[in-house]
Design a protein. Structure first.
Lengths: 172, 203
């Protein structure tokens, strides 16, 4: 194992159309850009899409609410902060009622620890709850299980591609 | 405790803990195998947890990991990470088979690697406990084989570590026949880091 060795996957050659969303971040993009968030474990990848303007946003959410940790850091890693913020960011010049949401992630990477085993599903529930408060319909999801996922979001068709080592490619 | 505020002498002290820990782990491995195991620590650094996937091949790179949460006076977790070849090599070593015999990572390989990693983790932890005079116990070890980024964020969320330090010890265990590359991480929670630095006399 070498430091700075092979940078597999999309890290080899990220092209200029790809907007990477790292853990705890949100981002907004317009077609022909695409949004990608790598390696979702218990985290949730959320996409919001407006078909008319082909504009959308993505969030990589790590915890349900700030009460779950004492530490500072990125506020956008919490569902209760990131979901309203992302909706607001995508809603510039776009009515929010046109948004559709898709989510993936929320798996259990290590099963033997009570706190760790439940965090994925708690994240998923928190995101769904926030979406319901904003009246944004959740049109597709691929959550749970015990595997890691990478989420890609194409803004022309709203297609979400979920890649994992265990199940290959799934389209949402 | 902010990683940016760690002084050079504090980083040195943490690095020393890491290398002594790896030495203990090699001794344990050599006792398990009944043959001498050399240990080489090609790289040792203290870095922010968010940087860890980047230095080990990117968040999407496939890796096997054994995680053990710390119980006792110190909080945080210990993580053993190796690539597929390393896990298969370790499995061959432990079953005293010729290197390259294990071809796939099935339940048997997974179990033997998890147990071996648990011993290495305990040995590492014993070094930390001895140096600091604190009680530190390993929790049950859990195995995962998937994207490195997902494994690490899962662990850091659980220990409440976002944007905090990891002590990364890249380790090469070699016997006469073969060598296994692995990484051992100690992820102290911020309070424990402070306690540990205090005990090491560099706070």
């Amino acid at each position: 194992m070498s430091i700075n060795g092979d940078r597999g996957g999309l890290w080899g050659a990220p092209d200029d159309k790809t907007v990477l969303v790292m853990a705890g971040e949100i981002a907004v993009a317009v077609h022909p850009q695409r949004l990608v968030t790598p390696a979702l474990g218990s985290c949730i990848g959320l996409t919001l899409w407006d078909a008319f303007t082909r504009r959308g946003g993505m969030a990589h959410i790590m915890l349900p609410a700030p009460a779950d940790t004492r530490l500072g850091g990125l506020a956008d890693r919490f569902a209760s902060v990131a979901v309203p913020r992302l909706a607001e960011a995508v809603a510039v010049g776009t009515p929010r009622r046109r948004f559709v949401a898709k989510i993936t992630g929320g798996s259990t990477m290590f099963g033997g620890d009570a706190g760790m085993a439940s965090i994925g599903m708690r994240n998923a529930e928190a995101v769904k709850h926030e979406l319901a408060l904003l009246r944004i319909p959740l049109v597709a999801e691929d959550i749970g299980g015990g595997h890691a996922r990478t989420m890609e979001f194409y803004l022309d068709t709203g297609l979400v591609i979920v890649r994992s080592y265990r199940y290959g490619i799934r389209e949402l | 405790m902010d990683p940016c505020t760690l002084t050079e002498i504090q980083i040195d002290a943490l690095g020393e803990v890491g290398s002594i820990g790896a030495g203990h782990a090699a001794t344990a491995l050599s006792q398990m195998l009944g043959m001498p195991v050399d240990i080489d620590v090609p790289d040792l650094r203290v870095l922010a947890v968010s940087e860890v996937p980047m230095v080990l091949g990117g968040p999407e790179s496939l890796a096997g990991a054994v995680y053990s949460r710390l119980l006792g006076d110190l909080g945080g977790g210990l993580l053993f990470v190796a690539k597929r070849d390393g896990l298969l090599g370790l499995s061959d070593l432990l079953r005293s088979r010729a290197p390259g015999t294990s071809k796939s990572l099935g339940p048997a390989e997974e179990a033997i690697v998890t147990h071996a990693a648990a011993v290495l983790i305990s040995a590492y932890l014993a070094a930390i406990a001895r140096l600091t005079g604190l009680s530190a116990l390993p929790g049950p070890s859990q195995f995962a084989f998937d994207m490195l980024g997902a494994i690490l964020t899962g662990v850091t969320i659980q220990t409440g570590l976002k944007a905090e330090n990891a002590i990364l010890v890249l380790t090469r265990f070699s016997t006469q026949e073969m060598s296994v590359d692995a990484a051992l991480f100690y992820l102290p929670d911020p309070d424990s880091l402070e306690v540990m630095l205090g005990r090491l006399g560099v706070l």
